[in-house]
Design a protein around this ligand. Structure first.
Ligand SMILES: Cc1cc2nc3c(=O)[nH]c(=O)nc-3n(C[C@H](O)[C@H](O)[C@H](O)COP(=O)(O)OP(=O)(O)OC[C@H]3O[C@@H](n4cnc5c(N)ncnc54)[C@H](O)[C@@H]3O)c2cc1C
Length: 385
């Protein structure tokens, strides 16, 4: 089992790169609701966003474990890996289920930075978490699929070249299991925008470049289908396990950032003639948050190890994500609380990171749905929906 102290070479390299893009950089990007383009370019040029691509396709052939360390270090430095984590988890879908021709065509270009695979379109406005009810359809017409429907909350569309899209290829009424009859496609975003995909940004609490997407008779080449038609839900679950594990690592990075920041502050801030950190009422919430971040970290490495060994990891990936998101939120609360009024000032970065880490109790999957998954699939309790 790996621990926090492993991967020192990766951590050192990431820390050096992230030091060039300090918290002030991400604060400015957040203020402007911009995209950390210079940071993502630097990360790409240094090869980090090609970590999961096998060497024969131009990447470094690392596992999800190492990828998670990269994401963790970005958040731990005060940045936000949300701007670029899509490429890591989408990659798994293409690597594990794409054809040799697709891999040969796309992976070297993604590895070199010529193409970005940062977007994944699953969520829909009328069906939400009930993914098997999605209404976006893909109908085969000769050598093309025609896409109609709508997606919501789709991130990084403006800074990606490719998007993975989940759509129904067989109507729900015609399949024996509701998880069947959906397929995944690689969509060329610029082509799609010219041919029937409308992108409408949604302003929201975090700077996550999220959008509503509308598809009206968008035609995409049949060759852009990933894997077999009808099996897309199964493929996407694999990708979602990677996503949940990587986001657990980001939350752990956030958690350590909050704890480091507040530990330093409470040692220095003197009120009533002594450092506020001398009060146990201040120490205990910080210590408790630290304990929970450390515990979540163990589950994160367990999920990573299972994923990298191609073993089932749905339970561990979900549990890691829930534990880490709750622990980072607990650390965020302590950090904000003990900064007093200063926690609300943007220049301390606490309020930005507080907003950013809060997202992960809702997206990519909400805590209730994780509890429900564990209750049903791990503990064998009756299905509730
Ligand atoms: C900033 C941001 C970025 C995002 N990026 C992407 C992206 O790139 N691609 C993408 O596909 N999606 C993306 N999402 C969507 C995200 O995955 C969903 O918002 C999330 O899965 C929850 O779905 P929903 O919003 O439809 O909530 P709903 O499904 O409507 O649920 C609302 C609330 O009700 C609770 N609930 C629902 N059903 C039950 C139940 N049976 N039992 C108990 N509680 C229940 C949920 O836990 C949740 O808290 C993003 C969202 C945000 C906010």
């Amino acid at each position: 089992m790996h621990t926090d102290h492993d991967f020192e070479d990766i951590r050192d390299a990431l820390r050096a790169l992230c030091a060039e893009f300090p918290a002030e950089y991400f604060r400015k990007v957040d203020d402007e609701r911009g995209y950390p383009e210079a940071f993502v370019t630097a990360l790409t040029q240094a090869g980090w966003l090609a970590a999961l691509i096998p060497q024969e396709y131009g990447g470094s052939g690392l596992g999800l474990t190492e990828a998670s360390v990269i994401m963790e270090e970005i958040n731990r430095s005060g940045g936000n890996a949300g701007a670029c984590h899509g490429q890591m988890y989408n990659m798994g879908t293409l690597l594990r289920h794409g054809s040799e021709a697709q891999k040969r065509h796309y992976l070297p270009r993604i590895a070199s930075g010529e193409l970005r695979l940062q977007s994944m379109a699953v969520t829909e406005p009328t069906t939400g978490t009930d993914t098997t009810k999605i209404k976006t359809t893909a109908v085969r017409k000769g050598d093309r699929y025609v896409i109609n429907g709508q997606k919501v909350w789709i991130s990084r569309v403006q800074h990606s070249d490719l998007m993975i899209l989940l759509a129904r290829t067989t109507p729900l009424s015609e399949v024996t299991k509701k998880s069947e009859g959906m397929s995944i496609f690689l969509v060329d975003i610029k082509d799609a925008i010219q041919q029937g995909m409308v992108v409408q940004p949604i302003q929201n609490m975090v700077n996550h470049e999220t959008n509503e997407l509308f598809f009206e008779n968008l035609e995409i080449p049949a060759g852009n289908l990933i894997g077999e038609e009808g099996k897309g839900f199964k493929y996407i679950l694999d990708g979602l396990n990677a996503e949940r594990t990587l986001i657990a690592a980001e939350c752990i990075g956030d958690g350590y950032w909050f704890i480091d920041k507040i530990s330093k502050y409470v040692n220095e801030r003197v009120v009533f003639g002594r450092p506020i950190g001398q009060n146990q009422g201040v120490q205990f919430p910080i210590a408790r948050a630290y304990i929970n971040v450390e515990a979540a970290n163990l589950m994160r490495f367990k999920a990573c190890a299972l994923f990298d060994a191609h073993k089932p990891c749905g339970a561990e990936a979900n549990m890691a994500k829930m534990l880490a998101a709750e622990a980072s939120w607990e650390a965020a609360n302590a950090c904000l609380q003990f900064h007093g009024g200063f926690g609300f000032a943007s220049e301390y970065d606490v309020e930005r990171k507080f907003r950013e880490t809060r997202l992960y109790q809702v997206a990519p999957i909400s805590t209730n749905l994780i509890l429900s998954y564990v209750a049903e699939h791990v503990l064998g309790l009756p299905r509730s929906f």
